[in-house]
Design a protein around this ligand. Structure first.
Ligand SMILES: NC(=O)c1ccc[n+]([C@@H]2O[C@H](COP(=O)([O-])OP(=O)(O)OC[C@H]3O[C@@H](n4cnc5c(N)ncnc54)[C@H](O)[C@@H]3O)[C@@H](O)[C@H]2O)c1
Length: 357
């Protein structure tokens, strides 16, 4: 990186001005040393909404036209692109950015199949651009503090885990497409919870899964229960539901239980982390998120995690290191999603694919 580049703000473009991208934009605007200089959405109304809301003049309804216009302009080019569209657009947008040598952040689910994921990861590697997947759940403050407690050995070697996400929140209101998709909770939400399982316990050797559709008004499964056998010997249960009615709905919190040889750890509702030791003593920690000024209930933990992920991405770029959830890493999370659907269809245990194996 030249001194001139180091001195100026990083310049990025956002592609996909939809529901969730609002959080990404607000986070970029809060972070120092980075600027979104152009917006792209094929829907002119969404584009106009983002232009007004975030005060960005350069807008495009076509990504290729955007890259060409920015390459031709007198301004320094783009350093990165933040792809916040739904998955089906990624296979075309990632190569477009990679061909221009622009680093890429891309929303989950990164690709519609492992074959496409592999092709896109290799494409980026061949063109020397970094590919980072926007996987923010492991960056939620409560989840992060849980990961750190485990990694610091506070309960010794783990042998059991449960990561649970159960809610009746109406996710279809802000994201109506979720009611139409054939694959719903594992691909949309379970992918995050499976990524937390990998962040806690590492890679998965075997996986089984059962699903159900409780809500008759949707096409996909809204309940999934998975059992994972991790390579480190941990057996973990990952359970997800958008059909669970609770007076104190924990949306959008993931609750975690881990049993280790030297104690147990419980991440309870409302950001309480308990560490239990072998003598039956309990330490209670407040692991509440620090709410960004723009955050609003019930989204606070998620919005704070978007800010944390993007801050780490910036730092990683300055330190010339990949983010935890680079393309190769996220391939293994995506592989758990694929394995889960195969296991649910066959009612058999499945060995997930793994990057480089
Ligand atoms: N990380 C998280 O916590 C989290 C939360 C919600 C959604 N998401 C993910 O974010 C992605 C977007 O979800 P959403 O709910 O915001 O969807 P959305 O439909 O509200 O927004 C997507 C936007 O992308 C635009 N778009 C699609 N294809 C395009 C193309 N080729 N070029 C330009 N614009 C294009 C659409 O017009 C739309 O405005 C999904 O993959 C979803 O899984 C992640």
């Amino acid at each position: 990186m030249s001194e001139r580049q180091a001195a100026r703000d990083l310049r990025g473009a956002l592609i996909g001005c939809g529901f969730f991208a609002e959080n990404q934009m607000r986070a970029w605007q809060e972070l120092p040393g980075v600027k979104i200089v152009a917006l792209c959405d094929r829907d002119p109304q969404r584009l106009a909404h983002f232009q007004d809301r975030f005060g960005i003049e350069a807008t495009y309804t076509d990504a290729e036209a955007m890259f060409e216009a920015l390459a031709d302009s007198a301004d320094p080019g783009l350093d990165f692109v933040d792809i916040a569209t739904t998955t089906s657009a990624h296979a075309a947008l990632v190569p477009l950015a990679a061909d221009r040598g622009v680093d890429i952040l891309c929303q989950k689910p990164f690709a519609g199949s492992l074959e496409t994921a592999r092709r896109l990861i290799e494409y980026c590697t061949q063109r020397g651009v970094s590919l980072s997947i926007h996987e923010n759940f492991r960056w939620q403050q409560a989840v992060r503090r849980t990961i750190e407690a485990l990694r610091d050995g506070e309960i010794g070697r783990p042998f059991f885990g449960r990561i649970s996400y159960r809610s009746g929140f109406d996710v279809y209101k802000a994201q109506p497409y979720l009611a139409r998709v054939e694959r719903f909770i594992i691909e949309d939400l379970g992918i995050h919870v499976l990524d937390i399982a990998r962040a806690l316990f590492g890679e998965v050797d075997r996986l089984s899964c059962e699903t159900a559709r409780v809500n008759p008004a949707i096409n996909g499964e809204d309940v999934a229960t998975l059992m994972l056998r991790h390579a480190n010997g941990v057996t973990a249960v990952v359970d997800c539901s958008y059909a669970t009615h609770l007076a104190d709905d924990p949306f959008p919190q993931s609750l975690i239980e881990i049993d280790g040889e030297q104690g147990s750890l419980r991440l309870r509702q409302d950001f309480v982390l308990e560490i239990h030791d072998v003598d039956g003593q309990r330490e209670v920690r407040d692991v509440s998120p620090e709410p960004p000024a723009w955050s609003e209930a019930p989204w606070v933990p998620i919005q704070a995690s978007v800010l944390a992920f993007q801050a780490d991405w910036l730092q990683a770029r300055r330190q010339h290191r990949p983010v935890e959830t680079c393309g190769e890493d996220n391939f293994n999370t995506l592989a758990l999603v694929e394995a889960a659907y195969r296991a649910a269809a066959s009612h058999h245990t499945v060995i997930p694919e793994r990057w480089g194996r």
